[in-house]
Structure formats: structure tokens, C-alpha cells
Write a protein that binds this ligand. Structure first.
Ligand code: BDR
Ligand code: CA
Length: 309
């Protein structure tokens, strides 16, 4: 499978990269970066360092958007630390990002291999929206898109109604969800149930090797923050779950296929993802997307451990 990852590493982005980098059947064709968990300069530097750590230094990294299409950016240093990786220092490397932007790289790759590239979007959707503006045929040029974002029947995580990646750039998310991609939206509905809990964290701690060692240190930081949200030592594996669903769609045990929109105004609800859950959505309404509602969490967590081994 040929995969382009758009991300904002980010602790859980870093784990998603580890997951796909460990998979022999995955060819990482490019990584785009975006502001989100940290400024784009930081997420770009992290992506380059992480790909080296995961022994994929040849993968081109393209810096993407520094801000959302319309609103001001809001970063998440309180969740991921000032360096985006919980203050853990991953060794610096000589490699530089390529000169193209993330949107330009994605469009070039998609045009050069029509129908072959899958896109995994793990941050705000600004780069994908910019790529659509450059190439409106992008939905026909890529194979599948898996997005980690949104909260349909689950509460939000940055406002009561909105999830961070969508809330960071609602206009971009609305453009991507309405573009007609073959798209799976891995929302908080399932990611807030894909929890790494203490027994799993202990199994991770028992693994030898650099990859597992870094994962454990990233997660120590992330779990400290998540404990205040969950009331116990655990954390939500948002981005790794999206990576796993891209790789193994059968991890999704239940889903609905529905049109999803993003609230762009709303007194309290800007950034909310709204699905038309009626049995017969409005005729002429937008292309539906797949919204997983149940996933095999224990299988996902064992695959995650295998990847970090
Ligand atoms: C999403 O927001 C980011 O903080 C995480 O990396 C994940 O992509 C979860 O809402
Ligand atoms: Ca992310």
C-alpha cells in the first residue's frame, strides 16, 4: 500500500508514524506537516527526526500550512509539550524537508500515480484543502483517505462539541468532507474508546529496543496529561487507530456511511461535525463518508505493540 501521511507530530502522530513505518507492506511515499499540536516548523522538524528514528530517512517530508484557512491557529503545547513530543528529544538529523509544500507534494504524487495513493490525515485538514484548491480532481486521483478527526455522537475534546483537528480549521475540514473522496472519518466516537491502559503500557515498558523506548517515554508524558481527562492512567490512541484502520479496515466492526458536514458558524458549535444519520439522507446531499462506530480495540492494541517491538 502506498501511503501519504499528513500530520502534526504530536505524540500520537509519532506513534502512528511508528506503526506504519514498521509495516513491510507500506510504502511511505511522502509526509506532509501542518501546524496543530505545535507550530509547523516544530512538527516538520519532528517528522524528519522521527522518520530517521523509524529507519525511513528516505521518505520526503514537505512542510505544509502554518495557519488555518480563515481563523487564527491554536496550538496544543498543553497536551503534547512545547516541542510537540512531550519534551523528549529525538536525535536531530541532517536531512531537510523538500522544497515543495505539503499540498504540492501530495498533488504531484497523486498525479504521477492515479488511483494508487492512500492519504492518512492526522492533523488539521488545511493541507488537504490547499491540495484540493490546486487539483480539484484530487478525489479521483487518490485511492482512499482516512482522516482522524471529528466527534459525531461523542463529545468534543476542545469544545463540548468540537474535536481538535476539525476545530483547528473548520473551513478546511468542510471542504475535504464535501469533496467526494472515498473517505473514512475516524472520529472521537471510536478513538476515545481506543485507550492505552496500564496493563498495555506495562507490556510496552517491557519491550526492548529504541522504538519501544521512545514510545514509552512519549506516552509517559501523554498519559500524565490524559489522566486529568479520563480519571485514570490511560490515554486515547487517536492517530494510531486511524493508521491501523487505513491498513486493516476489518478492525472496524461497525460503521455507518453518512454525509458529514462541519458547522462553520454557530454560537457555540463552530467546528462541530454533524452527520445526517437519518435512514434516508436528503436527496442530492453530499457524498457520504464512512464513520466507524465500533472497532476491535484489543486487536488494534496488540498490533500496535507488535509494530513497536
Ligand atoms: C487529534 O488532535 C491532536 O491533538 C492529536 O494528534 C489527534 O490528531 C485528537 O483530537
Ligand atoms: Ca495529530
Amino acid at each position: 500500500m502506498r501511503v501519504f501521511i499528513d500530520c502534526d507530530p504530536g505524540i500520537d502522530d509519532a506513534l502512528a508514524l511508528a506503526y506504519l513505518a514498521a509495516e513491510p507492506g507500506v510504502e511511505l511515499v511522502g509526509v506532509g506537516t501542518v501546524y496543530g499540536n505545535a507550530a509547523v516548523e516544530t512538527t516538520t522538524d519532528n517528522a524528519v527526526r522521527l522518520l530517521r528514528l523509524y529507519e525511513r530517512p528516505e521518505v520526503p517530508v514537505a512542510a505544509g500550512a502554518a495557519r488555518p484557512l480563515v481563523q487564527q491557529p491554536s496550538l496544543a503545547a498543553h497536551v503534547h509539550g512545547a516541542n510537540g513530543l512531550g519534551g523528549i528529544e529525538v536525535p536531530a538529523v541532517e536531512t531537510s524537508p523538500v522544497s515543495e509544500s505539503a499540498a504540492e507534494l501530495l498533488v504531484r504524487l497523486a498525479r504521477s500515480a492515479p488511483g494508487e495513493i492512500c492519504v492518512l490525515a492526522l492533523g488539521p485538514l488545511t493541507n488537504l484543502a490547499l491540495a484540493l484548491a490546486l487539483e480539484p480532481r484530487l478525489p479521483q486521483l487518490v485511492d482512499r483517505v482516512v482522516v482522524m478527526g471529528g466527534a459525531v455522537r461523542a463529545p468534543g475534546n476542545v469544545t463540548p462539541w468540537a474535536e481538535a483537528n476539525v476545530n483547528n480549521d473548520p473551513e478546511a475540514a468542510e471542504a475535504v468532507l464535501g469533496a467526494g473522496f472515498d473517505l473514512t472519518l475516524v472520529a472521537l466516537d471510536v478513538t476515545m474508546r481506543a485507550l492505552a491502559t496500564e496493563p498495555w503500557l506495562e507490556e510496552l515498558a517491557a519491550l526492548a529496543g529504541e522504538r519501544a523506548g521512545y514510545a514509552r517515554r512519549f506516552l509517559d508524558y501523554y498519559v500524565d496529561w490524559y489522566t486529568s481527562v479520563l480519571g485514570r492512567r490511560a490515554c486515547a490512541m487517536h492517530d494510531p487507530l486511524a493508521a491501523a484502520v487505513l491498513l486493516d479496515p476489518e478492525l472496524v466492526t461497525e460503521s455507518v456511511t453518512v454525509p458529514v458536514r462541519v458547522e462553520l458558524s454557530g454560537t457555540h458549535t463552530r467546528g462541530m461535525t454533524l452527520a445526517d444519520l437519518r435512514p434516508k439522507p436528503e436527496a442530492g446531499s453530499r457524498e457520504p463518508v464512512v464513520l466507524p462506530t465500533e472497532v476491535d480495540v484489543s486487536e488494534f492494541l496488540s498490533r500496535m505493540l507488535r509494530a513497536l517491538r
